[in-house]
Write a protein that binds this ligand. Structure first.
Ligand SMILES: N[C@@H](CCC(=O)N[C@@H](CS)C(=O)NCC(=O)O)C(=O)O
Length: 311
């Protein structure tokens, strides 16, 4: 077990676009990681035993530390494996902000094009599941009607990438691949996996197509496989390495030991309960206990998540 306590366990599924974002980051850093495959729809009992109810994919686990959302996953791998950095060219931090564009506006355009132009990808169970996740009807007629407009939205955003690459640079920020590339790339991969009509929109951008090939050549690092029960055993048999730290600038006076709820501010807003261990402008870590895995610490980003004092 000791050799696995620091291993990167990556709860994912192969056709998950957000997982692709992180897989490419693993490739850039040349990391070894273990894919723990999770179901595409609920229930996901082995995932929620770790997260306390957070159901989105991907989730990264290192021992008894659980990282929810690609933003905090990338932050943690950058911290643990700083070289090569995801911050390349002149980028020091704006790649994080760019993630809010690519993960929300660009992603929504990709999703609308995918579901508005393809038949049969979503079965009844998938649609019901995603209705619950999003809190609104999964209306395929509406998506089909909106597809032409969303193709235009997609084209406008792809054109930014095309222009950024127009001086012949290999990657978005220069000669090395970094966070800007992983943020943008997975949306295009998602479209190509499923939607030929969307792929045709991408194909009109020659620099973008050449850049996609360069990213594909980076690969995903060294991928191994691990079962879900094995991942839970590792969480049970290890202890979180997160230390209790007071957050001096915390605008609402939250302190370690406070009982809090954390929830995403967009979709999948299930509140996760726990005791605050540490926080900063960029993270919040809470401790919770589960009968299967014992004490675990669950980490979330701060941008895009709400932290509320319980009671
Ligand atoms: N903000 C999240 C978004 C993650 C997300 O929406 N993931 C999709 C799959 S790629 C998801 O969880 N869909 C519902 C599901 O798989 O149950 C992140 O950056 O990790």
């Amino acid at each position: 077990m000791t050799d696995m306590q620091n291993a990167i366990l990556f709860h994912q599924y192969d056709i998950s676009p957000f997982s692709e974002k992180v897989r490419v980051a693993f490739g850039i850093k040349g990391l070894t990681w273990y894919a723990v495959d999770q179901p595409v729809i609920m229930p996901k009992p082995e995932l929620t035993a770790l997260t306390g109810g957070y159901r989105k994919i991907p989730v990264m686990q290192i021992g008894a530390d659980i990282y929810c959302d690609t933003q905090i996953i990338l932050r943690e791998i950058e911290k643990r494996y700083p070289t090569p950095s995801l911050f390349v060219g002149g980028d020091k931090a704006l790649g994080w902000g760019m993630g809010l564009w690519t993960d929300r506006v660009l992603f929504q355009a990709a999703v609308a094009v995918i579901f508005g132009t393809t038949e049969g990808f979503a079965d009844e169970a998938f649609m019901k599941d995603r209705e619950k996740l999003m809190g609104r009807p999964f209306n395929t007629d509406e998506m089909r009607a909106g597809a032409p407009m969303m193709m235009e939205q997609l084209r406008a955003q792809l054109d930014w990438l095309e222009e950024q690459l127009s001086d012949g640079r290999a990657f978005l920020m220069g000669s090395e691949a970094g966070i800007a590339d992983v943020n943008a790339f997975y949306n295009l991969a998602f479209i190509r996996w499923i939607a030929p009509a969307g792929a045709a929109v991408i194909d009109a951008f020659k620099n973008v197509v050449a850049w996609e090939k360069r990213i594909q050549e980076i690969g995903h690092g060294d991928r191994q496989e691990l079962g879900r029960e094995e991942a839970l055993d590792i969480a049970r048999d290890t202890t979180s390495t997160e230390t209790e730290t007071a957050d001096q600038g915390e605008p609402n006076g939250l302190m370690p030991g406070d009982q809090v709820h954390v929830m995403a501010d967009d979709y999948g807003r299930d509140p996760i309960a726990g005791v605050l261990v540490s926080s900063s402008a960029q993270h919040v870590a809470i401790k919770r206990n589960d009968p299967r895995v014992g004490d675990v610490v669950v980490h979330f980003p701060r941008a895009g998540f709400l932290v509320m004092k319980a009671g």
